[in-house]
Design a protein around this ligand. Structure first.
Ligand SMILES: [Zn+2]
Length: 427
């Protein structure tokens, strides 16, 4: 064995069998080779007594470089926030800024137990390079439509997207994947959406979109297209490829039926939806429709961090408060959203669950803290009392990216200095 994790409380990520008990995990050639009571010789041993070992978390919707706008614009509704505060700053972002911001985001994600994410932003090559440097997994989206592409220069955008796909899909031994960004129905028109759907089909790409984020989006979609956003997607052929749809807040029963029958994967972003007053996504109803929901932070500008434990906590709580029924969401469902569902949603089907043969994407959580004592139920603890800062060790593809809270691939101190300098230039 390359690595042996000893005496951990093992949480599997598999609903129905979420808590295994205390045991050992053997890792060989980047895969989980053994889970059970036995011990065995290994090149490296991690003593994990009083730690929870669980699948690393997958942040299924974010814009990592928006860490540069953390806490910049608060207490505004989405349209105002985006157009008046965010767009002007985004106009100043350079490739160099995006590279540093992506690395800072990677450091924050590793520290709080995220091993993979789905990203949508600018200068995508820089984010891909930062991901390879950090050793994380990521699926990075690039579209053929941009808000600025008013001259409809689809051909140039298509060749850029194809080059990106060719260079980065599968890079780093499969750590990086690529997908097609279709930002939303509100930024584009029917022609552009049809063009995108054709492109995704032709090149076998997953689509990454914002869908049904606000009531205004739904009302404007009906005005502009005569249909609700998910119906527009269906009409344009977008649902003929896998679609990951961030938010899905304002969905009725019929929208959910369309999502379920077309395999649309919603990403629940509870913090962002409250920060921008978008509302509460009806996740319990989606689950009743048999839809596998993933979890995401959205960009740090509407969160204002990338801590998936914060999202898990909110996902565990808000549906109870909103519905007046504490049984509508249980801790195991929330862990499944952040692990197995997240990994599968963004194209890493061999991660997100702990069993033999899966990728060794594992995090260890130190429970030697006042807020996790006594440890009566590890699954409940992960959702209701654990903080991102409790993460002690992060392993991706068998490689240790952090141990004893020490980052192995990123010089965080230097990076924080660089980011402060960039912020001085931006604001
Ligand atoms: Zn977003």
């Amino acid at each position: 064995m390359d690595l042996l994790i000893k005496d951990a409380h093992i949480v599997t990520g598999i609903k129905g069998n979420m808590y295994y008990g205390v045991g050992n995990i053997g890792i060989d050639a980047g895969k989980i080779a053994y889970i059970g009571p036995e011990t065995m010789p290994a090149q490296k041993v991690i003593e994990a007594r009083d730690m929870i070992a669980m699948p690393g978390l997958f942040n299924a919707h974010t814009h990592t470089s928006m860490v540069l706008m953390r806490n910049f614009a608060a207490d505004k509704n989405l349209e105002d926030w985006l157009v008046k505060s965010i767009f002007p700053i985004e106009g100043k972002l350079t490739a160099e800024y995006i590279h540093s911001a992506s690395l800072l985001a990677a450091a924050e994600m590793i520290r709080s137990g995220t091993v993979g994410f789905l990203d949508m932003y600018y200068h995508v090559e820089e984010t891909a390079e930062a991901v390879l440097e950090a050793g994380l997994r990521a699926n990075i989206s690039l579209g053929i439509l941009t808000a600025g592409n008013n001259d409809r220069n689809y051909e140039a955008a298509k060749s850029h997207a194809l080059a990106f796909h060719r260079n980065y899909h599968g890079a780093g031994n499969g750590l990086v994947k690529t997908s097609l960004e279709v930002h939303s129905v509100y930024l584009y028109d029917e022609d552009g959406l049809r063009e995108s759907a054709e492109f995704a089909k032709k090149h076998d790409l997953m689509v990454h979109a914002h869908l049904h984020e606000t009531k205004t989006e739904v009302v404007n979609s009906i005005d502009k297209y005569g249909f609700r956003p998910i119906e527009v997607f269906k009409k344009c052929g977008m649902l003929e490829v896998p679609v990951t749809a961030a938010h899905c807040v304002n969905m009725n029963d019929r929208d959910m039926e369309i999502a379920a029958s077309n395999g649309v994967r919603p990403v629940h972003c509870p913090t962002s939806n409250m920060y921008l007053a978008s509302g509460f996504a009806d996740i319990p109803s989606m689950q009743k429709h048999g839809i596998a929901v993933a979890l995401g932070t959205d960009g740090a500008a509407s969160n204002n961090d990338l801590d998936m434990f914060g999202e898990m906590n909110l996902a565990g709580l808000i549906h109870k408060g909103h519905s007046g029924d504490a049984t509508v969401m249980d801790a195991a469902s929330v862990v499944e959203m952040a692990t197995a569902n997240g990994a599968a949603t963004i194209g890493f089907e061999d991660s997100g669950r702990l069993y033999e043969g899966m990728n060794a994407d594992i995090i260890l959580i130190d429970t030697n803290s006042a807020h996790n004592t006594p440890m009566l139920n590890p699954v409940n603890a992960l959702v209701y009392s654990t903080k991102g800062s409790d993460v002690d060790t992060v392993i991706v593809n068998g490689r240790i990216l952090m141990q004893s809270k020490e980052l192995k691939t990123i010089d965080e101190e230097k990076l924080r200095y660089t980011i402060k300098k960039i912020a001085d230039m931006l604001y």
